[in-house]
Write a protein that binds this ligand. Structure first.
Ligand SMILES: C[S@@+](CC[C@H](N)C(=O)[O-])C[C@H]1O[C@@H](n2cnc3c(N)ncnc32)[C@H](O)[C@@H]1O
Length: 598
């Protein structure tokens, strides 16, 4: 890339890697290892809008980013059963990934499409199919098999004992890994199927603590298991002494309408109809507008009603970075003029956003957990939830008491081989678990190549039934995940990993993504143990139960401007049509196209 004049305004210059300024031989930044700032790439490549993430220090190929910088990876918040995220293209669409990057997630909620939201790098960094410098852990080098990985960990809660069950995400520790050496100052770019822009090195030419269009991300905080009262899961901790009024971290916010957090209820299943994501959104009871933090690690911040040590405030921009100032609109994220826009209109605007700061209310000691007060409404809702939970505990069924999620089952039986159908008849698995196998869908291929066995063809034509048989080794890539049952187990000549013969049925098509459906029943041999997953049956995990807690985080009184509040008679201050920012819409595609996509 050649230097681009536009991108250099405001001191953020895309500089070719051969440049002597901030070149790959540049020195590590002493004060900041990872920062967030106006993205030269988004500006120069017209690739979405807003902030990017930059490394202050050299990163060697193979190094995990977030777990290195923050001590832990990001949270994963699936958005279950919300096709509007794709169809209506709200601003949230710019920040989510498609479900097939982690096919075990939509298995939980197969009736409607699921989107994957991971804050931080996954949400903010520009993505490209070539010359990216980081990719998600688990992605491997095989382009047809992204298989992102997240840790699943319920923090020790059980649905029969803990009111926290299902109220926070059990999926976390998602980390990007450098795919090549990355130089100090370089913008992080992530892998996806988008080829509009072909990657290459871009640098934010400076990081200055005085420039508040740039936020240092790792100076003040790290992530660890929460130690705060009734919170469970993870939390954010001070990694040095912070003075009263210090900005601990800042985050861009994405508007979400309250109604969009309602889940389409699948017909027969009594599931919670509020997204888990609601528990991570900020809002006011008298407003339909909710705000989703998309900056790194902020979604881990827990609540303390009596003794918070931090509060949220709107980010302020110094004069030279006020909207319309020296930054290009594509790079200017914080737009205070949105305070005058009505909630429903704001939730349609692309190309503009708002930032909030997490600010110390008092001096905070090194190692203290950062805690916000989620507000009185939240506290009351939580107390009510606990009461309801206690009542429910008096009438628990054995099913609830002895419930074991797939994660809990796996943790207890990690080193066991999988039992075959025959073995299961003597020693069954819990009823809420089901085997799923990765495979390569190849109906078309089989019919076209005439590969289908004669016997099978005959059987199929006479009865319309029968198994299509093949070896798992016939294909290299296995992006599809389907329910399967285990027929046989045997040793392999190649390694110590057991192999299995499994069967998959057409009738299970309704539980899988459409392009993974099969038109005949399959019998696969040689399936390796590592490509078979014991997963929760649809709608059974804690997060989908009606009794789980759902409530947004309350913003302090006065935080929301008047224009965002529900009022019967208020003159709407709508954004003019031409300012909805259509050109800033950026599709966040799947990481790589599944080979079986039509
Ligand atoms: C923004 S998340 C906080 C991060 C969460 N600990 C995690 O690991 O994902 C908010 C949710 O965490 C839980 N939580 C946070 N603080 C809590 C508290 N003081 N008491 C009970 N639950 C809390 C609630 O389930 C709440 O809806």
């Amino acid at each position: 890339h050649s230097p681009n004049d536009e991108g250099c305004k405001g001191g953020t210059c895309p500089i070719p890697s051969s440049s002597s300024v901030n070149s790959p031989s540049g020195k590590d930044n002493e004060s900041c290892g990872l920062w967030m700032g106006p993205s030269p790439i988004k500006n120069a490549e017209e690739h979405g809008f807003g902030l990017g993430i930059f490394t202050g220090k050299a990163i060697a190929a193979g190094t995990p980013i977030e777990s290195n910088v923050f001590g832990h990876g990001e949270i994963l918040l699936p958005i279950f059963g919300n096709e509007d995220v794709y169809n209506k293209h709200p601003p949230l669409r710019e920040y989510v990934w498609e479900e097939d990057n982690m096919p075990e997630v939509p298995v939980e909620y197969p009736d409607f499409q699921t989107a994957l939201f991971i804050p931080g790098i996954a949400a903010l960094a520009p993505c490209t199919s070539q010359n990216y410098n980081v990719q998600l852990n688990g992605a491997g080098t095989d382009t047809d098999k992204p298989r992102w990985s997240a840790m699943t960990d319920d923090g020790g809660v059980h649905r029969s004992k803990h009111p926290q069950a299902g109220a926070f995400s059990y999926r976390h520790n998602v980390t990007y890994v450098a795919v090549r050496d990355i130089a100090p100052g370089e913008e992080l770019t992530v892998r996806c199927s988008d080829s509009d822009y072909d990657g290459g090195a871009y640098y934010l030419s400076r990081y200055s603590p005085d420039d508040n269009s740039v936020v240092c991300l790792d100076q003040n905080i790290h992530v660890d298991a929460t130690v705060s009262g009734e919170a469970r899961g993870l939390g954010i901790f001070a990694k040095r002494k912070l003075e009263k009024d210090a900005v601990i971290t800042s985050t861009p916010l994405v508007p979400v309408m309250r109604k969009d957090m309602k889940i389409l209820d699948p017909d027969d299943d009594p599931v919670n109809d509020q997204q888990l994501m609601l528990n991570y959104l900020y809002g006011h009871p008298d407003s339909d507008l909710l705000l989703l933090p998309v900056g790194p690690m902020v979604n881990y911040i827990n609540h303390n009603h009596e003794q918070p040590n931090a509060e949220i405030r709107w980010h302020t921009m110094k004069e030279n970075h006020q909207a319309g100032g020296s930054l290009q609109r594509r790079q200017e994220y914080h737009h205070p003029e949105l305070f005058d826009v009505a909630a429903e209109s704001l939730a349609l605007v692309h190309g503009k956003g708002l930032m909030m700061d997490i600010v110390a209310l008092r001096d905070i000691m090194d190692g203290e957990e950062i805690l916000l007060d989620y507000g009185r409404e939240w506290q009351e809702a939580w107390e009510e939830h606990k009461e309801r939970f206690k009542k429910r505990q008096q009438s628990l069924t054995e099913k609830d008491i002895f419930y074991q999620s797939a994660e809990q089952y796996r943790a207890a039986h990690d080193d066991e081989v999988f039992r075959t159908l025959y073995e299961q008849s003597l020693d069954p698995y819990p009823q809420n678990l089901k085997f799923h196998c990765f495979y390569e869908q190849h109906d078309d291929e089989a019919t076209q190549s005439g590969e289908v066995e004669d016997a099978y063809k005959k059987k199929l034509s006479s009865t319309g039934r029968g198994f299509r048989r093949f070896s798992w080794n016939d294909h290299q890539n296995h992006p599809c995940l389907r329910p399967c049952q285990i027929v046989e187990r045997y040793e392999s000549d190649e390694d110590d990993e057991p192999r299995y013969t499994v069967e998959m049925f057409r009738q299970d098509n309704m539980f899988v993504m459409y392009y993974c459906s099969i038109s005949m029943d399959y019998r696969l041999t040689d399936v390796p143990h590592s490509d078979i997953k014991l997963l929760d049956m649809p709608y059974t995990p804690d997060v989908h139960q009606r009794w789980t807690f759902r409530h947004e985080i309350g913003v302090p009184e006065g935080f929301y401007p008047d224009a965002w509040m529900k009022k019967k008679l208020r003159k709407r201050n709508n954004v003019p049509e031409e300012d909805l920012g259509e050109k800033y819409k950026k599709k966040k595609p799947r990481e790589v196209p599944a080979s079986t996509m039509a």
